[in-house]
Structures are given as C-alpha cells and as structure tokens.
Design a protein around this ligand. Structure first.
Ligand code: NOJ
Length: 766
C-alpha cells in the first residue's frame, strides 16, 4: 500500500505539479514525506509553516464574481480580489458552478500561493443541483428517509461534478411560523422528524467516504434559532426561552453533529440579545464544547460585519474580535477577518491559538475531502458532462416528488381521475408553468426546465385537456434577486376560465405561490392565495363544483374557504424538475399518495405560531364561557394538523399495546399496533407514534412525535408495527440543557396523524 502511494505520488508529481510537496510553484516549504502521516499530523505540520496572514486567509471566504446570494459587499466583487487569492488570503470561494471556473481559481490557489493550499468551494446545493428534487419542506412530507438520502446523494454527485465540494445544506432550522419564507428550506416544525431528516441528508451528501470525488461536505445551518425570527420576518431577532432552545431548536443540530456533519453555518439572527455569529455560548460552549464538534463553523453572508448593524460591535474590527472569540471559524463575504484578524492578534487582542484552532478545523476538512491529494478532483469536465442531468437522477427525483405530495382532502371520489373519456379543464397561472416548481434555490439549474402540470397530464392520452391560465399571477419578470410584483387588478382572463370550466367533467386548478414567493427574504403577512387566485377559484366554483385544487407553494397556506368548498385538495408544493409528472401520476392514481404534513396548516394568520406539540395551558377547557384559552373569532384547531395526509385507500389502527405498564427509568418500552389497509387500493402509510409525559418539572407538550414508520400494505393486508421507546425518547432537556427522564405517568398515541385518538398508558417508576 505504501509502495503504491509512493508510486502514485511520484507519478502525480511528474504529471500534476500541484500535489503535496510539489504542487506550488512558490511552494518552497516542501511537504514531501508527510504522505503517511495522519491528517492531524499533516495539519499540524502545515500550520507550523503558515504565517499569521496565511492562517487568517484560510478563514476568509469570497463569493465568485459571477453570482451572489446576498447583498453585494461594499468592498467590491471577488474578481477584483484575485490578488488576495494569490497572496494566500482566501481559503474558500462560494458560488462557483463549473469545473472550468473552479479549476481556474484552484490553479491560482495551488500554483501561485506560497504554500499551495487548495480552496474549498461552497455552494447552495439545497434540493438538487442541475436536476432538482422537491424543495426540502416537500421532501420532508414524504417521511421517507431513504428517498431523502438518495435525493441528497444525487445532488452531491451533480454538484461535485461541477467543481463544488461543500454544500450549505441541510438547513435544519425548526420553525413554527409559515410567514417566514425559509420554512421551504427546512423539514418543518418537529425536532424528532427534523433530526431524522438531517441525518439522512448529511449521509446523502457526505456518503461513507468524504474523500471520494462524488461526495461533498455538508453544512447544518443556521446555528441557531433562525426559524424563530420574530413575527416570521426574515433576519429579525429571536427571543426564546431555554426550554424551546434545548428541546426544539438544538436537537436537529446535535443529530447533525452526531452523524458526522463537517461544517455548521451560524445565523443572521440574534438570540436573546446576542447575534448568533458572536455567541460564545452557542459555538464554543455548546457546539465545540459539550457536543465535541470537530468540524468548522462558517458565518452566514456577512453576518460577522452585520454585528455592527445589530449594535453589538463597534466596527468591523470589533465584530471580527467577537466572532473569532465566539468560535466562528470562517467569514463569508464579510471582509472582517481578512481585514482585521491579523492586526487583532498582533495587537494582543486575540490569542493566536484561536486562529490556529479555526485553521486546524478548516484544513482538516480540506484534507478529508482529499483536496491535498488532488485539488482538481472536482474539476473534471468529462465527469461534469457524464454525471449531470442523467436519466437515473430524473427517475429518483420523480420518485421522491411523488412521495412528497400530500392529499389534504378527497371527497366525491373525484380522485383518482378516470383515465378515459373525460373532459378536463386545467386552469390556473401555475398549470403551464415550467419555472415556479423549481423553487427558489436552483442556482445550479436552468430556469423553465420543470415538467409542467399540463405536460404531465398530456402524457395520459385518454382524456381531453382544456387549458386556461385564468389570470396572470405577476406583473413583469420573476427573479431570484428581485422583488416580485403580484397582479391584483387585471382579472380580464377569468371569463375564459369560466367558459372552459363550464364544458368540463372535472376541473383541475393549479394555484399557489411562485417559487420566488418563498425562500430567503420572502416573508409574508398574509398566507392566502396571492393575487387574484382566490377570485378565480370562486368564480370557477360557481359554474363547476367538481374541482381538484392542486397547490404549488413553499409554505403552509390559509385556505379555509377552499377547505370548506372544494372537494379535493392536493398539496404539491414545489416539486422540482419532474413536478408535472409527479402530480399527474398521483392525480391518475399511478402513485397512491402517502405524504404527511411536516408543518401545521393554520386557518388564519392570527393563529400563528400554531403547532401540534403545544402546551395544555392552565385553562384548556372547552364549553365554559369566556375564560378559557381560545379566540373569540376563530377555532383553536388548525386547518390541517401536523402529520395529516390521506390516501386513496383507508387504514385502520387497532390493538395498541404497551409491553409493560410500569417500566423503570432504564427499561425500554415496547409499543405495538396493528394497521390494516381497509380500502380499495394498495397503499403506503406513515405510522406515527406520539407520547405525552403527563407531569413534568418543566411542563410537557400535549403530544410529541417519538417514532414513525413508513409501511406498505396491499389491499386488505394487515401488519403489526413495533416501536421501542428508550430514555432518548422519554426524556427531555431541562433549562440548563441537561437531559433528564422523570418518573411518572405517560400516554402513548399511535395513528396516521398528530390528532390520533388511539391511546394507551404506562408509568415510569424509579
Ligand atoms: C445566506 C443564506 O442565509 C445561507 O443559507 C446561504 O447558504 C448563504 N446566503 C450563501 O448563499
């Protein structure tokens, strides 16, 4: 093996002058002979050769000039900073998306700098790269961890073939506020489901071996509590208590760390008065201290320098000082570290060990990615050509897209559609749209490449499709970097839709939000159907009540009128490249829907935040006048609860059993339930288990998800599903962040949604 490595090294030295010990023209500090050392030894050896400025350079990340995913910095664009790159003052670049560009910049880093340290190239590969999968919230609705992992794997294969070796995903922020546009990027409101999905995504991105050229480093973001921004307004402060922090916000990050995630990104928000980027408590005490995280933390876009705007730092120098001491290892486009850190060390304000620790972490990930073995391993144009947009990638995203669809309501047997002899009116501004369903994170993909619903339905030949747009949703163009202008005045096309609907047996209406109406910087105060869509829906309903409403959206919407009046409602989110095919497969019953909501749908905006794992309050009682916890103008209950989702078949749950009614704190509790497919179709069901800890030193929610299993059942078939509850599921975090299990009475509930009533009891004894 050693012989082989030596031979390989000498061959590479002849052919590729960039390798360790021979890769830099200026690489006078030779690293020959460190090939057989451990990564730690290699990192230490390299670190000992670095000047302070070169170390700080590793902590500096610029955006490539051709694209930006945040406000342009006043320092100018990265292309004007090539000198910095040559001086070894840049450790990472984001927003490069081609092997050609990646190779060009990597070449400067490895050939023109003194030590030839390769760049790590980051990118927002959020739900696919060229081939797009459903937005993450949609994928979460599949509750299918295997499909989710596969989707991330494909994203990694395509991204790594485009010069990228680090994704800023998964976003593991729990959120209870659909006004916040970024709920589309996460896994919803629940920490248990969120933790499982975080693990699956990280596994998909990083694979089993990070040094392979088709795996990439993942980044769990945004640390921490970004999903709790006040009033759902992006970048707003977060003010939450310890119990929420430890029981809801942190668990998915901990799960990410436990599954070996290589990096974390901190967040734009302040948490209880301290910007997360400058929070020593979060980054040093919890993440790197208590959890032992040994990867590195990147800031969010300029979040270090934004501490000045927050009023937490006096100027960039002060911001750099606070962030470095707090444990932020890399500065994304903030220009605080590159301009200030070395001076801060020289002035004795920051100890060099802090810099060394950050650089050690960053170099370690670069070594683990194999960048020192071959800095161009992600820059192969042949690989790029062969591995992007392959048929098998489209098959996989179609598979997860079908699984992500949630059937919210299905009356009058309108669905599945009959395959022959029907006149179908297809109406709505999103029905023939090839762009919106690509979502708002599609930097590596091409606009207008999704399969539209019209195209998906046209693959089925037996029915006649009559298409009408009904209204224009927008005025002008829709763009990732621009504010969207919604049409609220021109309803002149509605009459065409009415005329078409009159002729049809069934009307399919595709309404919702454009992909660029959710995502970063896209908070909303109303969650209705934007623009004139509600008017369109009601006008069509007046002439034809056989409506299937297909929703395309990036967040829960308030569709109370539709729920009361429209017989069938299908939640189809933004499903990526294969959207229209997935929707058509489900509408025609070629895939029996199995998705379940990962986030509660409110009746109205006033109910927000609304979530399934609420506290009972001291006045939960209905049927007493006035003085109980309720609204005078709305029900407390959601429109659709967490975990809800129908199938074309029906499932019956019975024989819920707990193996012991008095387990001790150290015992595990076995719970079994029989599930039978009692309807007319084969189908899949997400069997969900919730607990309630009846009395707690810190009050416990009325229900908490603690297990789920996705099962397939043929028509008439039954299965016994077994769950095992251990300490991990039965305990919770106290206000110091310590995990405790308290003896006492518990309820356990099993069913097909969070409002299941099937329950059993047990009591944990000392
Ligand atoms: C800002 C976003 O908050 C973050 O999630 C993203 O990764 C960076 N911009 C880089 O584009």
């Amino acid at each position: 093996m050693t012989k082989y490595l030596a031979r390989r090294a000498s061959i590479f030295c002849l052919t590729a002058p960039f390798l360790i010990g021979c890769f830099s023209k200026k690489n006078d500090e030779s690293m020959i002979g460190i090939k057989d050392e451990t990564i730690t030894e290699k990192v230490d050896s390299l670190l000992s050769k670095m000047s302070l400025e070169e170390k700080v350079g590793q902590m500096n990340q610029y955006s490539d000039f051709w694209d930006v995913t945040g406000p342009p910095p006043k320092e100018g664009v990265a292309k004007d900073k090539l000198e910095d790159l040559k001086e070894g003052l840049v450790g990472s670049i984001l927003n490069i998306n081609s092997t050609e560009e990646a190779r060009k910049l990597q070449k400067i880093a490895v050939e023109d700098t003194r030590l030839g340290i390769p760049l790590i190239m980051g990118y927002d590969v959020i739900h696919g790269h060229k081939t797009l999968a459903p937005i993450p919230l949609a994928e979460a609705a599949s509750w299918d961890l295997e499909a989710i992992e596969k989707s991330a794997r494909i994203a990694a294969i395509e991204a790594s073939a485009s010069g990228i070796n680090w994704t800023f995903a998964p976003m593991v922020d729990i959120s209870r506020d659909p006004r916040w546009g970024r709920v589309m990027e996460g896994a919803g409101e629940d920490p248990f489901l969120g933790s499982k999905i975080a693990k699956a995504r990280i596994k998909g991105f990083q694979g089993d071996d990070l040094s392979k050229n088709n795996t990439i480093a993942a980044c769990a973001k945004h640390f921490a509590a970004y999903g709790f921004s006040e009033a759902g307004r992006d970048y707003n402060p977060v003010d939450i208590g310890n119990s929420t922090l430890h029981n809801l916000v942190l668990p998915p990050f901990k799960a990410a760390v436990d599954s070996g995630v290589k990096t974390l990104m901190n967040s734009f928000n302040e948490l209880n008065g301290i910007p997360a980027t400058g929070s020593k408590y979060l980054q040093r005490d919890i993440l790197k201290g208590k959890w032992g995280f040994d990867g590195f933390v990147v800031s969010d876009w300029a979040s270090i320098s934004e501490m000045v705007d927050w009023g937490h730092a006096e100027d960039n120098r002060d911001a750099a000082r606070i962030a470095a001491i707090a444990g932020s290892d890399m500065d994304m486009e903030g220009y605080a570290y590159v301009n200030e850190l070395a001076k801060l060390v020289k002035d004795g304000v920051i100890k060099e060990e802090i810099i060394d620790d950050a650089v050690r972490r960053i170099l370690t990930v670069k070594f683990e990615l194999g960048l020192f073995d071959d800095p161009y391993r992600y820059c192969d144009p042949v690989n790029e050509k062969e591995n992007i947009g392959k048929k098998e990638h489209h098959d996989a995203v179609l598979d997860v897209a079908k699984k992500s669809i949630v059937l919210l309501k299905n009356e009058n047997n309108l669905l599945p559609l009959k395959k022959q002899g029907q006149k179908i009116a297809l109406i709505g501004p999103l029905a023939n749209d090839k762009n919106s369903s690509l979502g708002s994170w599609r930097l590596g993909s091409d606009d207008n490449t999704a399969v539209s619903v019209l195209e998906g339905l046209q693959n089925y030949k037996g029915n006649e499709i009559l298409f009408e747009e009904g209204i224009d949703l927008f005025i002008g163009e829709t763009d990732f970097r621009k504010e969207i202008v919604v049409n609220t005045t021109d309803n002149s096309k509605i009459k065409n839709a009415i005329a078409t609907a009159k002729k049809a047996d069934v009307v399919i209406m595709v309404l919702g939000e454009h992909g660029f109406q959710s995502g970063e910087g896209r908070s909303r105060t109303e969650l209705d159907l934007p623009g004139l869509q509600q008017e369109l829906l009601e006008e069509v309903y007046k002439v034809n009540k056989n409506i299937v409403l297909v929703l395309n959206n990036g967040r829960p919407l308030t569709i109370e009128w539709a729920d009361k009046n429209i017989p069938c409602i299908v939640e189809a989110w933004q499903l990526g490249s294969q959207s229209g095919n997935a929707i058509a497969n489900v509408l025609y019953g070629d895939y029996n829907p199995s998705g379940k909501l990962p986030m509660t749908f409110p009746r109205n905006v006033g109910q927000i935040p609304i979530y399934y794992n609420y506290k009972n309050t001291g006045r939960p009682v209905e049927n007493v006048p006035v003085f109980w916890s309720h609204y005078i103008d709305s029900e407390n209950t959601p429109l659709y609860p967490f975990g809800h989702g129908l199938s074309y078949t029906t499932f019956e749950y019975k024989n819920l059993k707990v193996n012991s009614d008095k387990p001790t704190v150290n015992d595990s509790v076995k719970v079994t339930v029989d599930v039978q497919n009692t309807g007319d179709f084969d189908g899949k069901e997400v069997v969900q288990l919730y607990i309630r800890d009846l009395v707690g030193s810190i009050t416990r929610p009325v229900k908490e998800l603690k297990g789920f299993e996705l099962i397939s059942l043929k028509k008439g078939e039954s299965k016994t599903v077994e769950f095992v509850l251990t300490k991990n599921e039965l305990g919770f975090f106290d206000n110091n962040g310590d995990f405790i299990v308290e003896p006492g009475k518990f309820k356990v509930f099993v069913g097909g949604s969070s409002i299941t009533k099937l329950e059993e009891n047990f009591e944990i004894i000392e």
